[in-house]
Design a protein around this ligand. Structure first.
Ligand code: 6PG
Length: 218
């Protein structure tokens, strides 16, 4: 799965560079993407023209084990891929609410729409930082929402989060949902069923009408 998804993402980045001289990639954190990153970083493409940003971020210092920025730098931005530009969603401020204005300035460096965005999914049906019970979930899922990045606090989120909004992610030229294991296959089947989006926010992606390529392996 990592080989197949890395090839699909690399194709999109090459297409972006070919067409516009630059490309952007949004990647999720957590544990699933590690193997993907190890394969993708060796892709033969002009990484200097690529901007990489996290789909979402835990509001922790990059030195933290919980940092998605740390995961991306350590596992993806190595070797040739180390020439890519990384745009973090975290800045040195006490809370994401405090930091959001500065982050909005930083993210201007990420070409949009993204050429590729790779979403993960939690067993609670969250994706990005769209968590059930999130304090700003409605705002983050608002298809007409104007804010590109949203601070999010939620019972299942651990640290305060900051996340690209749903409309920004759905506008990606290619959107991938990357999930592994039997548990998540069952969660995905439930998400594909009827039910409120706010109970399983990944439903907002699956029902959006935007093409989503689902990559699943046992
Ligand atoms: C994060 C991710 C999040 C992740 C899911 C799945 O910051 O945690 O962006 O949306 O994709 O929580 O995480 P796992 O791959 O660890 O199961």
């Amino acid at each position: 799965m990592a080989q197949a998804l890395a090839a699909a993402v690399a194709d999109r980045l090459r297409a972006g560079i070919e067409a516009r001289g630059e490309a952007s990639l949004a990647v999720s954190g957590g544990s699933t993407p590690a193997r993907l990153f190890e394969v993708l970083r060796d892709a033969d493409l002009e990484w200097r023209g690529v901007a990489v940003t996290p789909v979402d971020e835990r509001w922790v210092a990059e030195s933290s084990e919980r940092s998605n920025a740390r995961l991306v730098r350590e596992r993806l931005l190595q070797g040739a891929a180390g020439r890519a530009r990384f745009v973090s969603l975290h800045i040195d401020a006490p809370t994401p609410e405090d930091g959001r204005a500065r982050v909005r300035e930083e993210i201007a460096a990420v070409p949009r729409p993204f050429d590729a965005a790779v979403l993960g999914m939690g067993t609670d049906g969250h994706t990005a930082s769209f968590f059930p019970g999130g304090d700003r979930l409605a705002e983050a899922l608002d298809p007409d929402g104007a804010e590109p990045v949203i601070a999010m606090r939620a019972p299942g989120a651990g640290e305060p989060r900051i996340t690209w909004s749903l409309p920004v992610l759905l506008a990606s030229r290619a959107l991938f949902l990357h999930v592994e294991g039997e548990d998540k296959r069952r969660v995905l089947e439930t998400a594909l069923d009827e039910g409120p989006e706010h109970d399983m926010p990944v439903r907002a992606v699956l029902r959006s009408g935007a093409p989503v390529d689902i990559y699943w392996a046992p």
